[in-house]
Ligand binder design. Structure first.
Ligand SMILES: Nc1ncnc2c1ncn2[C@@H]1O[C@H](COP(=O)(O)OP(=O)(O)OP(=O)(O)O)[C@@H](O)[C@H]1O
Length: 342
């Protein structure tokens, strides 16, 4: 396909996302698409994303992939992935514009149902997304949402059970499931835990774990992995909503509900007529139509996704967390509450 790069609409750890238009009528692509581009450092992640999206095609709740190519820009080889364009950007960006306010419960129910249908498809095809968060749920003009960013997605071995003995720690700390923190396990159950965190954030406008500004991310991982504390379920939520979240926030992943089970929960099994899609359209102000959706590295809730080699021989959670704090892993940098891996 011949195409022309447009405005930058987002930044990820490995990539820049921009709009793109076809320069000629080629293929069955929409005129306006998103292109996710990376240099050689992110090529493996982009190629993983492409192969996962190819396996997951034809699910309305998952962002479509139209192919890939490579270009040379400013002397650098760029790898490009062509994606369906979500004109409203991510839910994280939308929530930020609401300035700490939550969304109406009816809207959250609908978004949650959509993400669950996407997750059911991902899990049924034998994958785990591994990075469900508001930044990876994209919003369209008609008020629908789709799951994006499959750069960390993995094939799950066995019958939808979590991966064991994975050799890396991956994900976004605020959304990490206890088994991922403690045992390096990533699977469909961890996606459900992360969905619960996303639901709390949509409802309250605040992250599911309250964390003091400037505190070290390791203290959060210890709260998630060790002890009985659970993310705080918003008080004002309906009893159905509270019950739904209690099925997501089960520390024992074997007892946590699956996406398939949650789809039958009354919180999401609602008639679409109960929802107010038009509210969404009214709420979006003119200035929200700006295409840019940059990530701010200095706000706590933008703690980034990461992958990091860890020592798989450490069995106890305390040992494992201790090894992460000890500085034996030199690649971490933590500044202004922002975690990154180089
Ligand atoms: N198809 C799309 N349409 C519109 N905006 C998009 C699209 N894909 C990504 N974006 C925007 O770009 C941002 C970064 O994209 P994405 O999360 O896929 O990149 P990444 O490098 O994998 O990031 P991360 O660091 O979260 O892993 C998103 O949060 C979103 O704002």
């Amino acid at each position: 396909m011949e195409w022309v790069r447009g405005e930058t609409i987002g930044f990820g750890t490995f990539s820049t996302v921009s709009t793109a238009t076809k320069s000629r009528n080629s293929g069955d692509f929409p005129a306006l698409i998103a292109v996710k581009s990376t240099g050689s450092y992110g090529a493996a992640s982009l190629s993983n994303e492409k192969s996962v999206l190819d396996s997951l095609r034809d699910c309305p709740e998952i962002i479509r992939c139209y192919g890939e190519d490579s270009t040379v820009e400013n002397g650098e080889e760029m790898h490009n992935l062509f994606l369906e364009y979500a004109s409203r950007g991510s839910l994280a960006r939308y929530m930020k514009k609401l300035g700490g306010e939550g969304l109406p419960e009816s809207t959250v129910r609908r978004y949650t149902g959509s993400v669950l249908r996407g997750l059911r498809h991902i899990h049924a095809k034998g994958f785990a997304h591994c990075d469900i968060k508001l930044g990876n749920i994209l919003l369209f003009n008609d008020g629908s949402v789709k799951i994006a960013d499959f750069g960390l997605a993995m094939r799950v071995h066995g019958d939808l059970t979590a991966l064991r003995k994975s050799e890396e720690i991956r994900g976004t700390p605020l959304y990490m499931a206890p088994e991922s923190v403690n045992d390096n396990e990533y699977g469909s159950a961890a996606d459900v835990w992360a969905l619960g965190c996303a639901v709390v954030e949509m409802l309250s406008g605040k992250t599911a774990w309250s964390v003091k500004e400037g505190s070290h991310f390791m203290s959060l991982l210890i709260r998630i992995g060790v002890g009985d504390e659970l993310p705080k379920i918003p008080e004002m939520l309906s009893e159905e909503g509270k019950d739904f979240l209690s099925k997501c926030f089960v520390k024992d992943q074997a007892k946590r509900w699956t996406a398939e089970m949650l789809l039958n929960h009354s919180f999401v099994a609602i008639d679409l007529e109960d929802d107010h899609r038009e509210d969404f359209v009214v709420k979006v102000k003119e200035e929200d139509k700006v295409l840019m959706s940059p990530k701010c590295p200095f706000e706590f809730d933008d703690w980034d996704s990461f992958t990091l080699d860890s020592n798989p021989s450490l069995d106890s959670p305390v040992e494992r967390l201790g090894s992460l704090v000890s500085g034996s892993i030199p690649d971490w940098s933590v500044g202004e509450s922002w975690v990154s891996v180089r």
